[in-house]
Design a protein around this ligand. Structure first.
Ligand code: SAM
Ligand code: SF4
Length: 331
């Protein structure tokens, strides 16, 4: 039976973002992945149990992430099983695309994957190299084509650093229009410790859309409740572009995302420093009711609204405990 679980601020549990590994085959300037002992990863059965219980608490959507989820064992069988059991309405994947060749794209589609978001931070090989994406530009471009060819809807994530790839906003908008994919421009966020985040490195969503609007007229479409993205329509019929403005326009008020790391730590906010270890409750010998009780109580106690708090103290943000790294919590 499904119950709609609300947190302390009245927000429902809507999306489970499940990381499949903290490892990655790239080292983006803004992220910093980690090595993870494969023995710490949740098993297939534990992942399925988690998705099933989250669904019973009202969760309708699953996003598989990382680190780089295409490096993780068991991705395809997990999607297959979640879809076969009809646990959630929508299963999405966020990947850097490097390993996404045509056969894998086909297997993911056949397993039931609903859509994929591929990260790309520049419109040419040099720009991607500058951002820590190595020599991946051609492979990622090919990956977008493979996903499209097998019928997977694609969006592109681009993290924008003012002095890193700020010059790529318009070229990326042009590239994504040409490819027929929606570009999601993400403000550089202060997640983790290792990326040396500074407010001066943030290019705001307003500045990004102003640059694009000088070239193509844009009409605001707005942000759906529970979504991170504010969308804009190209008036010439060139599709959509969106912004994720966690720094300049926080959206904590309707945040419905639960994050679980590849080793079973649950976090109720991307900027959290402390998680709840679900591993004992995920043990297959424990009845689902134990996990249900723990996850339900974690969600009901949730009061996180870090981005809004940060925005209200912009001049002198209060020091906070060491936050977890992006590649660990999974974006
Ligand atoms: N490796 C996959 C990828 O890059 O798509 C999935 C994991 S990655 C942590 C998930 C998303 O978080 C990516 O789109 C990435 O660009 C974004 N991201 C990572 N660090 C970020 C930061 N400091 N600020 C904003 N977005 C960030
Ligand atoms: Fe890897 Fe994704 Fe982090 Fe880049 S953002 S280092 S691709 S996990």
């Amino acid at each position: 039976m499904t119950t709609r679980t609300l947190d302390h601020l009245g927000r429902p549990l809507g999306v489970l973002r499940l990381s499949l590994t903290a490892r990655c085959n790239l080292a983006c300037r803004y992220c910093r992945p980690e090595n993870q002992d494969p023995r710490t990863l949740l098993t297939h059965q534990q992942r399925l149990k988690l998705v099933g219980v989250a669904a019973q608490l009202g969760c309708r959507r699953l996003r598989l992430t990382g680190g780089e989820p295409l490096l993780a064992p068991g991705l395809v069988p997990l999607i297959q099983a979640v879809k076969a059991l009809d646990l959630v309405e929508d299963v999405a994947l966020t990947s850097n695309g490097v390993l996404l060749d045509r056969p894998l794209a086909r297997r993911l589609k056949e397993a039931g994957l609903d859509r994929v978001t591929i990260s790309l931070d520049g419109a040419d090989p040099q720009a991607v190299l500058r951002m820590g994406g190595g020599h991946s530009f051609t492979q990622v471009l090919a990956a977008i084509g493979h996903a499209q060819a097998v019928g997977l809807p694609v969006k592109i994530n681009m993290v924008v650093m003012a002095h890193g790839n700020g010059d790529q906003v318009v070229p990326m908008a042009r590239l994504c229009r040409k490819l027929g994919v929606e570009l999601r421009l993400i403000e550089y966020m202060d997640v983790g410790n290792r990326n040396g985040w500074r407010p001066q490195q943030v290019l705001t969503a307003a500045a990004m859309t102003a640059r694009i609007a000088r070239r193509w007229s844009l009409q605001p479409v707005g942000r759906r409740p529970g979504s991170t993205a504010r969308r804009w329509r190209y008036l010439d019929g060139g599709g959509f572009v969106s912004t994720i403005a966690s720094i300049s326009e926080p959206f904590c008020g309707d945040c419905n995302r639960l994050r679980v790391t590849a080793d079973g730590m649950a976090y109720t906010c991307l900027f959290a420093s402390q998680g709840k270890d679900l591993k004992p409750a995920l043990d297959p010998r424990q009845p689902d009711a134990v996990l249900m009780q723990q996850l339900g109580s974690l969600w009901r106690q949730r009061q996180d609204r870090y981005s809004e708090e940060r925005a209200s103290q912009q001049v002198n943000p209060a020091p906070r405990p060491r936050p977890v790294e992006m590649a660990y919590i999974g974006g």
